[in-house]
Design a protein around this ligand. Structure first.
Ligand code: AMP
Ligand code: GLY
Length: 431
């Protein structure tokens, strides 16, 4: 089977690494890919939100299975376009259509979906720009802190948590009236603040059945001790120690099953990954957000823990032939440490040479924001998040310890990584 994987981050490097191990694979293409995926298949230089370009590549490379990594082409409707194209009639696609992708593309859509299906989530209301006064009044019905979310995609920056009411009013003004996130903040969701520890759970679903993947916890803040601005993710761990069997049972019965049933009842054709961003409130899971794709860097720990061939699962998902169950899982822990450019998540310099020495073949160094210099061929930085270094271990501490050992063999000017990953989990009691 020929497979085309869309995306260029650490998530796609990890997916490509897994797909490349499948005996069912003939040729793997990644578009646009990165230097990490280049050693696993052939990178294709194309614009993945240009539907015509993706369609042309599917035809030219006789692609049978398309796996869509990031949210932008999903929310834009790439899946619907290719499903309706007469030029790609037999193409199998992992990635929901535009309506299903609204679970991620519109916070308001996701919240009202959860309300319709009694899925536990924070109380909320949505407001348009012409309801600014109502939005301000709604703040009075909540206890601080206030959680204000741009409705649409805002590159992970669309959620603002405000301690003071005036700060919340200013944020509403910025989003609704000053267009801080453009169209994405033409509508906002204001919701109740939930107190707890976050984790993420992932499934592959064909819209009727689902296959549970390993759970993970990511580290969003740039600074140690969870300080400073949010990033795309500075590291991740799987499994999550407090996500014991009884907690995961609640996740399945209260959240995953009602979500999949909701999609089926509403006739939403959904074939792909669902990322459930959860918060554990007194041992009760609640949904913070849905994503219509895998997480990054969560994929860099979830995928290495999958102990069976992923290609049959992807094919069954795309064909609508999935059986409900749980993927075979490696019992070891997997930890990933993200090495980022100085200045990230703000402005950063690109083009710094990367040196990697003495890396073992068992070390998993997934590329996220790297490139080969066009003139010299030297590996250089090109993104905020540069490399995700994953290692296995017997527990949280051991897995991070091994990942940090590998990180120390990698250098580029201004390289930064959090040195405290996993420490927060040492003190959490499991009921
Ligand atoms: P989201 O983009 O919806 O995942 O939100 C980004 C981050 O904001 C989450 O990972 C949480 O840390 C935080 N957050 C979002 N909603 C809430 C909430 N209702 N209560 C507390 N924290 C929240
Ligand atoms: N790491 C969070 C995300 O992928 O959205």
């Amino acid at each position: 089977m020929n497979v085309l994987l869309l995306g260029s981050g650490g998530r796609e490097n990890a997916l490509a690494w897994k797909i490349a191990q499948s005996p069912l694979l003939d040729r793997l293409y990644i578009a646009p890919g990165n230097p990490g995926t280049a050693s696993l298949g052939k990178n294709l230089s194309l614009n993945i939100v240009d539907f015509g370009q993706v369609e042309a590549a599917v035809i030219a490379y006789q692609i049978e299975l398309l796996v869509i990594g990031p949210e932008a082409p999903l929310v834009a409707g790439l899946t619907d376009y290719l499903k309706h194209s007469e030029k790609t009639p037999d193409l199998l696609i992992v990635g929901p259509g535009a309506i299903g992708a609204q679970l991620e593309g519109s916070k308001d859509f996701a919240k009202s979906f959860m309300m319709r299906h009694q899925i536990p989530t924070a109380a909320y209301q949505s407001f348009y720009a012409n309801q600014f006064a109502e939005a301000v009044n709604f703040l009075d019905t909540l206890n601080p802190p206030y959680v204000i979310k741009a409705d649409g995609l805002a590159a992970g920056k669309g959620v603002v948590i405000c301690i003071e009411k005036q700060e919340a009013i200013n944020t509403l003004d910025d989003m609704l009236l000053k267009g801080r996130f453009g169209k994405a903040s033409g509508k906002v969701v204001i919701e109740e603040f939930l107190n707890g520890i976050e984790l993420s759970v992932f499934v592959l679903t064909d819209g009727k059945q689902f296959c549970l993947l390993p759970e993970a916890k990511d580290y969003k803040r740039i600074g140690e001790g969870d300080k400073g601005p949010n990033t795309g993710g500075m590291g991740a761990i799987s499994p999550v120690p407090f996500a014991n069997e009884s907690f995961l049972k609640k996740v399945i019965s209260r959240i995953i099953e009602p979500t999949i049933n909701g999609l089926a009842v509403e006739n939403i054709d959904y074939k792909g990954f669902i990322f459930f961003g959860l918060i554990n409130v007194d041992n009760n899971p609640m949904v913070i957000e849905y994503n219509a794709r895998m997480g990054d860097p969560e994929t860099e720990v979830v995928i290495p823990r999958i102990a069976e061939d992923i290609l049959p699962l992807l094919i069954e998902t795309a064909k609508g032939e999935l059986k409900t169950g749980k993927v075979m899982t490696d019992s070891r822990y997997a930890a990933t440490v993200m090495m980022v450019s100085a200045g990230y998540p703000g402005d950063y310099i690109k083009g710094n040479p990367i040196t990697i020495k003495g890396i073992d073949t068992t070390d998993l160094v997934f590329h996220a924001g790297s490139a080969l210099h066009p003139a010299t061929g030297q590996l250089v930085t090109t993104g905020g998040r540069v490399l995700a270094v994953t290692a296995y271990g017997m527990n949280v501490e051991d897995a991070f310890h091994k990942a940090y050992q590998t990180v120390r063999n990698i250098s580029f000017e201004g390289a930064y990584y959090r040195r405290d990953l996993g420490k927060d989990l040492a003190n959490i009691s499991v009921d």
